[in-house]
Design a protein around this ligand. Structure first.
Ligand SMILES: C[S@@+](CC[C@H](N)C(=O)[O-])C[C@H]1O[C@@H](n2cnc3c(N)ncnc32)[C@H](O)[C@@H]1O
Length: 191
């Protein structure tokens, strides 16, 4: 099973000109994105191979840009927020980074390309995750500090994404990824 996460980042900067010393400010909440990268891939023995993360950057100066990181081919150490942001910065600079693809692709196009029936929209008011049958190779979509806007939600509804909740409390996006990774790891052990 490969799990994919899609993070819609409404302010994530679309140029490599952000400062590694000010990820929350100059990078358009690059700190949040960096934490999502760590939550998706970092494990004590290296990089999780069974995960993919697509980050849709919608901030200035040139949106949209989608950066996709595939754990099977990632060859960089990603433990700290700075290391995670460096990978993103290198990729946005046009430098080849193993396992990372940069495309001029919108959230709408990305979602439409995903196989129908595999999409789960993480939402506080969705169906409790424990009651949902998660299919093979699931794709989880989550918002940033602002959540997902109305247009994004419409795109998800049209694509048939199922709303799934981790409970009534609103968690940080990166924490949602950790929870999902853990849920899926347990499902695999039980199979
Ligand atoms: C920090 S939250 C967004 C909070 C934002 N203020 C809002 O109202 O949407 C970031 C994302 O994490 C996901 N999320 C947070 N808590 C969740 C929960 N309890 N169940 C499912 N998804 C959750 C959602 O995808 C959300 O867009």
């Amino acid at each position: 099973m490969v799990r994919t996460f899609i993070l819609k980042s409404s302010e994530g900067r679309t140029a490599p000109d952000f400062s590694l010393k000010s990820l929350a400010g100059s990078g358009g909440r690059m700190d949040l994105i960096a934490r999502c990268i760590i939550a998706t891939f970092a494990i004590p023995r290296g990089i999780r191979k069974d995960a993919i993360l697509s980050i849709v950057l919608e901030g200035p100066p040139n949106p949209p840009v989608t950066v996709t990181m595939d754990g099977r081919d990632l060859n960089r150490r990603i433990i700290s927020e700075v290391e995670a942001a460096e990978v993103l910065r290198d990729a946005l600079s046009g430098r080849p980074v193993g396992g990372v693809r940069v495309e001029r692709k919108s959230f709408e196009r990305l979602i439409r390309e995903m196989p129908r029936g595999s999409l789960y929209y993480l939402h506080e008011n969705g169906e409790e995750i424990g009651r949902v049958k998660i299919g093979k190779d699931p794709i989880f979509v989550l918002g940033d500090q602002k959540g997902i806007d109305e247009k994004g939600e419409r795109v998800l509804d049209e694509a048939g994404a199922k709303r799934v909740s981790l409970g009534p409390i609103s968690y940080l996006a990166s924490h949602c990824i950790v929870i999902i990774n853990n849920e899926l790891d347990q499902m695999i052990v039980e199979e």
